[in-house]
Design a protein around this ligand. Structure first.
Ligand SMILES: NC(=O)c1ccc[n+]([C@@H]2O[C@H](COP(=O)([O-])OP(=O)(O)OC[C@H]3O[C@@H](n4cnc5c(N)ncnc54)[C@H](OP(=O)(O)O)[C@@H]3O)[C@@H](O)[C@H]2O)c1
Length: 379
């Protein structure tokens, strides 16, 4: 999502469970056991495993789907292709679908409504409140006050066309509003039956503990990828300790880790939000492209794509940190959805992980042009 700027409020280890899939699941693919076609060519036919999203959260496919780009931010949208992607996701065993009230200023929630009407029982729908937009496209405000929470949930329910939101996140934290008041208002939504589980996005470890003391938090959604690891400082350890799941957003580095921005002629279309992001521009983009060299080598060894290596890496953080991890890569294309879910069966070796370890420390440019409302700014 775009950075917030100053406005109204200027911006236990998971138990892996067998899924309900009728299809057999193969063992994880490793360099030594792979007997199937290369991962990069695997397109369909297998469902992903399921995992519990936090100690008391819902059972979900171990990879979710980010729906943001289907309505805004990453260039031209195509509703037909997006609907095919949603169908492919269900077919692959994806159950966690991620949106927010600000994506397309409500358009993304509205786009998902017919899909939810057809598949309500198969889908765990997650949406978010807390970032405010106006007619000024550049404006972002952050609102966490209880009155705003109560109004925002009604708007999201109406746009999604559902009676209850499965997972409701506070999108950004406004430090001027006591966290207990915001989470208290969110807890009231659970009591009223409007929301099933609570989540937070871009909060620090201390904030996660404070919120969890008010009401159980099922999931923390923050940026986490080979390129973005600041969340490992305090938020991930706190989540692991409290039995809260991590839902890494932008696990493909907003597409950079797929290699799409490192070749000749790789440009961003007019209006693509990434043209405002420090990592995608000028010298930073060129320097960051060079960081993909070890990712490419590892991908080649596994017969995988660089995006699949990036997704496998973040998934394997689950073992490194002792908590459930359910990344939500965003794509608008069914073929890419299948490529991404196939990555849940890619098993990186200890040597692979060691080679990937230094990358994040060498990335040029911040995650956002204005880091004010990220967790990193408050640590
Ligand atoms: N909580 C927050 O503040 C926050 C912030 C940002 C995002 N999010 C959520 O997280 C989700 C994912 O993050 P994201 O979309 O920003 O970044 P991402 O998942 O890291 O990357 C998405 C980009 O990668 C491309 N891509 C996906 N799969 C690909 C593949 N197999 N091969 C080549 N390119 C591929 C997509 O293009 P195509 O669509 O053309 O395939 C898109 O441009 C969002 O949809 C949103 O729901 C939350």
């Amino acid at each position: 999502m775009p950075p917030a700027s100053r406005g109204t409020r200027p911006l236990s280890r998971g138990t892996r469970e067998r899924g309900a899939s009728p299809r057999p699941r193969p063992p994880p693919i490793t360099q030594t056991t792979r007997t199937e076609p290369p991962m990069s060519e695997q397109q369909s036919g297998q469902q992903i495993e399921r995992i519990r999203l936090g100690a008391e959260g819902p059972l979900v496919g171990v990879q979710g789907l980010g729906c943001m780009g289907m309505s805004e931010f990453y260039g031209a949208t195509d509703d037909t292709a997006a609907r095919e992607t949603l169908a492919a996701a269900l077919d692959a065993g994806v159950t966690l679908f991620d949106t927010a009230d600000i994506y397309g200023r409500g358009a993304n929630e509205e786009f998902l409504a017919p899909f939810l009407a057809d598949h309500r029982d198969e889908v765990v729908i997650a949406t978010k409140f807390g970032v405010e937009r106006t007619d000024d496209p550049a404006y972002r405000g952050v609102r966490n006050d209880p009155g705003y929470v109560r109004e925002a949930v009604e708007r999201s329910l109406r746009r999604l066309g559902i009676e209850v939101i499965d997972l409701y996140y506070m999108h950004r934290r406004d430090p001027a509003v006591p966290l207990a008041e915001s989470v208290g208002a969110m807890a009231e939504l659970v009591e009223r039956g409007l929301v099933r589980h609570l989540g937070l996005s871009e909060v620090t470890g201390a904030e996660l503990r404070e919120a969890h003391a008010v009401h159980p938090i099922a999931a923390l959604q923050s940026e986490w990828s080979l390129f973005s690891r600041d969340v490992e400082r305090t938020a991930v350890p706190a989540a692991a300790e409290l039995g809260i799941a991590m839902v890494p957003y932008s696990p493909l580095g907003r597409g950079f880790l797929t290699g799409a921005f490192s070749g000749p002629g790789a440009t961003l279309s007019a209006g693509d939000y990434r043209s405002h992001l420090p990592r995608f521009t000028g010298g930073n983009a060129r320097a960051n492209a060079e960081l993909l060299a070890p990712v490419r080598r590892i991908a080649e060894a596994h017969g995988a794509t660089t995006g699949q290596v990036a997704l496998a890496w973040v998934q394997q953080r689950s073992e490194a940190h002792g908590l459930p991890v359910v990344p939500i890569p965003g794509t608008r294309k069914a073929s890419r959805l299948r490529e991404n879910t196939a990555a849940t069966r890619l098993r990186l070796t200890a040597a692979d992980l060691a080679a990937l370890e230094p990358i994040a420390g060498r990335v040029a440019g911040d995650r956002y042009p204005d880091m004010t409302f990220t967790s990193a700014a408050r640590e």
